[in-house]
Write a protein that binds this ligand. Structure first.
Ligand SMILES: CC(C)(COP(=O)(O)OP(=O)(O)OC[C@H]1O[C@@H](n2cnc3c(N)ncnc32)[C@H](O)[C@@H]1OP(=O)(O)O)[C@@H](O)C(=O)NCCC(=O)NCCS
Length: 169
């Protein structure tokens, strides 16, 4: 995979996590070529993905560190993102937010989710975050506890009204 198609530098990928993957699997930054390799299909385990064109897929910004796990057949079978927030508090400290962890339905239960989280935590630590946080459903709490997270605070949500125009990339 040529490095100029990657969303960010491979230096941020944990070699320990790569070594722990099943044989023939690779963990790497998202590539502009992953549109054709099933990236959006993997995300469909989470929610409705919608009809995303290749141009929209390519518009995702560099503040987002999206990683993928690639099968020996060169298909995307897992994905996850960490984006880095710069706070005003904590001396302009950085907080990593983990989003959209997804493992292909047929590949769940093989520790790939754990590897994705370990790789995202590594990126958070390498980029200097003082903490990494995420929201999840109640049923996924045991999974995130096994990934080294502890429960803190509550999630709140407010959705804009249906008739308010929604921005898209
Ligand atoms: C949740 C998800 C990412 C987990 O990935 P996975 O590859 O199936 O999980 P892993 O094999 O890495 O699991 C690691 C450990 O967590 C446990 N675990 C995983 N999901 C769990 C759950 N829902 N409840 C309890 N334990 C769970 C596993 O049994 C394993 O435990 P072990 O180390 O004792 O064997 C995956 O199932 C998925 O994509 N689900 C649908 C989308 C989703 O809910 N994403 C999360 C959004 S917040």
């Amino acid at each position: 995979m040529s490095s100029n198609t990657l969303l960010f530098s491979s230096d941020l990928i944990s070699s320990e996590v790569q070594a722990a993957l099943p044989k023939g699997h690779t963990i790497r930054p998202l590539s502009s070529e992953d549109y054709e390799k099933g990236f959006l299909n993997v995300l469909s385990v989470l929610t409705v993905v919608g009809d995303i064109s290749k141009a929209q897929f390519l518009a995702h910004s560099h503040e987002y560190f999206t990683i993928v796990i690639v099968s020996p057949e060169n298909r995307i079978i897992g994905a996850g993102t960490i984006f880095i927030e710069r706070k005003f508090i904590h001396n302009n400290g950085l907080v990593g937010h983990i989003e959209d962890i997804a493992v292909d339905k047929n590949q769940q239960g093989k520790k790939l989710g754990l590897r994705i989280i370990q790789a995202l935590k590594y990126i958070g630590a390498k980029t200097g975050c003082y903490k990494v946080i995420l929201d999840c459903s109640e049923e996924n709490i045991p999974f995130y506890k096994k990934c080294g997270f502890t429960q803190k605070e509550y999630e709140m949500a407010w959705y804009t009204a249906d008739d308010i125009p929604k921005a898209k990339l």
